[in-house]
Design a protein around this ligand. Structure first.
Ligand SMILES: Nc1ncnc2c1ncn2[C@@H]1O[C@H](COP(=O)(O)OP(=O)(O)O)[C@@H](O)[C@H]1O
Ligand SMILES: [Mg+2]
Length: 303
């Protein structure tokens, strides 16, 4: 793997609070790398240090081998940073916004190409104040791509978007990777991290508690699947079924945690065949990053 970004032993304190606590990771060229964690985990602070916007108390960030602290200008021409939408001028159009920001860069992609690419062609000359949340977010991505960067930083690119706009944003981010760029994003949506990221670091209280591909994290930390069922009639002593380690109830469903879903399912079907119970519904759910986070921190990572 070609290393695009290398972060070593990074630490940042705000007074007595250790917001980023000795974290180390590498991002490969051309991948989507995620930093997943709840609010306050230290994601934005980490990103801002990587972008050269904030000074760490200790540690080092190399972008394409270049030290962010000692060569900020060289780094800036290689990275794209998503502008928080608070920074928009409401009365300018997307086209004017891109042209304005292009003047800050030595080199930039044509505004009309970027707007087309991000599905903003029709809104090109409309005032920014008339854009929807999703459109504003896409404009902020256009700004991040303006200087044709090899590495793009996105801080919670889908927070606050409705499911449809979120899905559209995922496709845009995958398109950025297809163009050969490296994407580093933060999120507190585990579904997003699981669907989008090639690899990710799970962050909690300033520390990285695990990092790998979503699949490998699930394999290593959340081996238990769940069998979810609703009884039509009969009585089920689920805790005694083979494989079952724990039984929960939620929203009228019985949730069986099992280290051996096949064995558990067999037993459930046998009971049905024998006429002991009937099921209104019965399904197996694979473990998710949510389970990984729960296993690692003892807490849920909820929206
Ligand atoms: N400028 C600041 N001054 C003091 N504390 C801060 C500042 N910025 C962030 N923090 C604190 O640092 C911790 C990490 O914040 P942040 O990096 O924004 O996390 P995240 O992006 O994961 O929500 C939080 O407890 C936050 O309140
Ligand atoms: Mg943040």
């Amino acid at each position: 793997m070609t290393v695009a970004v290398s972060v070593s032993d990074l630490t940042k304190r705000y007074g007595s609070l250790v917001a980023v606590d000795h974290i180390t990771f590498e991002v490969a060229s051309g991948e989507i790398f995620g930093i997943l964690g709840p609010n306050g985990a230290g994601k934005t602070t980490t990103l801002e240090i990587m972008e050269g916007l904030r000074r760490p108390d200790a540690g080092r960030v190399l972008i394409d081998g270049i030290d962010v602290l000692t060569s900020p200008r060289e780094v800036r021409s290689r990275i794209g940073v998503q502008l928080q939408e608070a920074g928009f001028f409401e009365r300018l159009s997307p086209d004017e916004t891109l042209r304005l920001f292009a003047s800050y860069h030595r080199r930039s992609l044509p505004a009309h190409l970027l707007l087309e690419r991000l599905g903003l062609a029709e809104k090109r000359h409309a005032r920014v104040e008339t854009l929807s949340g999703g459109q504003r977010q896409r404009l902020s991505i256009a700004l991040a791509l303006l200087n044709d960067p090899s590495i793009v930083f996105l801080d919670e690119p889908t927070t606050g978007l409705d499911p449809q706009a979120r899905r559209a944003m995922w496709e845009i981010i995958e398109g950025i990777r297809r163009d050969g760029r490296t994407v580093i994003l933060t999120t507190h949506y585990m579904e997003e991290a699981q669907r989008l990221c090639d690899r990710l670091a799970i962050m909690d209280h300033g520390r990285i508690v695990a990092q790998d591909s979503p699949r490998a994290l699930i394999r290593a930390h959340a081996r238990e699947a769940t069998v979810v069922l609703v009884l039509e009639d009969g009585h089920l002593d689920a805790a005694r079924l083979p494989g079952v380690s724990r039984v929960d109830a939620q929203d009228g469903e019985m949730i069986l945690h099992t280290g051996n879903p096949q064995q558990t399912l067999h037993a459930l079907l046998d009971l049905n065949r024998l006429g002991v119970v009937r099921y209104r519904s019965l399904r197996v759910e694979e473990p998710t990053l949510e389970d990984v986070f729960l296993h690692l921190t003892g807490r849920r990572l909820r929206e």
